[in-house]
Design a protein around this ligand. Structure first.
Ligand SMILES: Cc1cc2nc3c(=O)[nH]c(=O)nc-3n(C[C@H](O)[C@H](O)[C@H](O)COP(=O)(O)O)c2cc1C
Length: 150
């Protein structure tokens, strides 16, 4: 059954753009092997990740991600079966939102109120979807090169 899962979490230390790239690189091969697609966003020491794939594969990956010492306070916002993937093109698209310029920050602020990180999505999970959709539309997504070429 095709499913998608969205969670938010807190990084245990501030990630650099480079560290996020490394994390995406580490994830890519596994996700490609398991036909998992999705998106990983980082902002203000918090993560939001969308994972889409077969339910069993998502659960298996989530169990691994939950044990990862690089983040804590993992809160699942959505876990449901879906007909289609919303991010079919990325085995793990990602974006380091601390590098957004002022104009873009303003654009995404509406979804991020009242906090500067993703924690507000716990109360307003619909905003998480809105932000992901807006991102996909804007193609504000990076992917590592091998990924983009495959
Ligand atoms: C925020 C976050 C998101 C992650 N996303 C993925 C992912 O999508 N796919 C993946 O294979 N590993 C992901 N990881 C890494 C896993 O937790 C784990 O370190 C990695 O799969 C290597 O596992 P292994 O040591 O069993 O090979 C993520 C880690 C963090 C902190």
């Amino acid at each position: 059954m095709l499913s998608n899962l969205i969670y938010i979490s807190q990084a245990v230390y501030p990630f650099s753009n480079e560290e996020l790239v490394n994390l995406a690189r580490q994830s890519q091969q596994h996700n490609t092997d398991k036909d998992i697609t999705g998106m990983l966003l980082y902002k203000n020491q918090s993560f939001m990740q969308l994972l889409e794939g077969q339910e069993a594969d998502i659960l298996e990956l989530m169990a691994k991600i939950k044990k990862d010492q690089r983040h804590t306070r993992i809160r699942v916002l959505f876990f449901e079966s879906v007909k289609n993937r919303s991010m079919p093109y990325w085995s793990m698209g990602f974006y380091y939102m601390d590098d957004l310029d002022d104009a873009d920050i303003k654009r995404y602020e509406q979804y991020l109120q009242p906090t500067a990180d993703f924690s507000g999505f716990e109360e307003e999970p619909g905003n998480a979807i809105s932000l992901l959709k807006q991102f996909a539309t804007d193609i504000h997504v990076q992917a590592i090169q091998e990924d983009a070429m495959s």
